[in-house]
Design a protein. Sequence first.
Length: 184
Amino acid sequence: MFNDSRAIGNFDGVTFMVTDESEATFTVGEQLTRLPLPNDAVLKTNAVTGEVFLGGRPSSISIDIHRLSSDQRLRDNWVRTRMFPQDRIATSILNNATPLPDGFTGSDAVTFIVSGVLEIRGLSVPLEFEMEARDGGDVLFILGRTTFEWSDIGMEAPNNRATISVDDEVRVEILLRARPLLES
């Protein structure tokens, strides 16, 4: 299924499949009523799927937001049942990443910006991702970071009796481990 002998830098026509070793993290600042200081609510999931293309096509990464988990079971349930009851999947469509920065074809980590959209709740929200990537031949490592505000996805910041405040900005970090598929 996977092409473990692909040469570093050979990506024309190659489909990279996101593996279950990938992770998405959503972080937002909050002040809870039971804590004296503000802290970060951090929700993570390995329920990340998709395909990455480096040869001129858009890439698509989907996250099952119902599988996000944090250190608070009540928060996790709130996300699933109150915030996104009908919207299980969030998808990021990343535009063509070419031309790739110098150094990428030599297995060095490179950084670049890729524009795209976040599709959630029936909306398509434009985003820019700061990317750091490294081609390891049998594995492509990509770290993408972006932010959005609650209003961008048509929502107000979550509010319940356990919170004093929740920041408007949501920080997103997606760590992808993608493997090249064998050409058919």
